[in-house]
Design a binder for this molecule. Sequence first.
Ligand code: CUA
Length: 145
Amino acid sequence: MDRSEKFALTLGIFFLIILFGAVLYAKSQSGVDLPGCVTDVEPYSEGKVDTLDDNRFQIQYVARMWLFMPMEVKLPVGSEVDIYVVSHDVVHGLQIVGTDVNLMAVPGAIAYKKYKFDKPGVYYVRCHEYCGVGHQNMEAKIIVE
Ligand code: CUA
């Protein structure tokens, strides 16, 4: 192996270690909640909202060409929400504009993120993955009041 190849390989490995270290540090120290694929949730086929207690909710989104179900959810300010998404056809994305919620909706997998809605307003739920001719119309709303 050439010296410059060894150098490039070492540099690449070094930056990978830095990257994974930074991700693990962010997760353990600063409370950054990484999106994940959950396996302990029963597969579901209907979009719905469940009330867990006064300010804890669970939204189970179903993404399919070209809508999200449920299309509109109303929540009180300060709600802590467990957000799940599953796709019933192709790969979609679920982004809640103005938040750090950004999930992939992959058929056969359930993606998860927890989010606290501290500010009142209308939050748009949009598909961020090109999924066909109706992609740009794929939108739902969360109304926090
Ligand atoms: Cu679903 Cu784009």
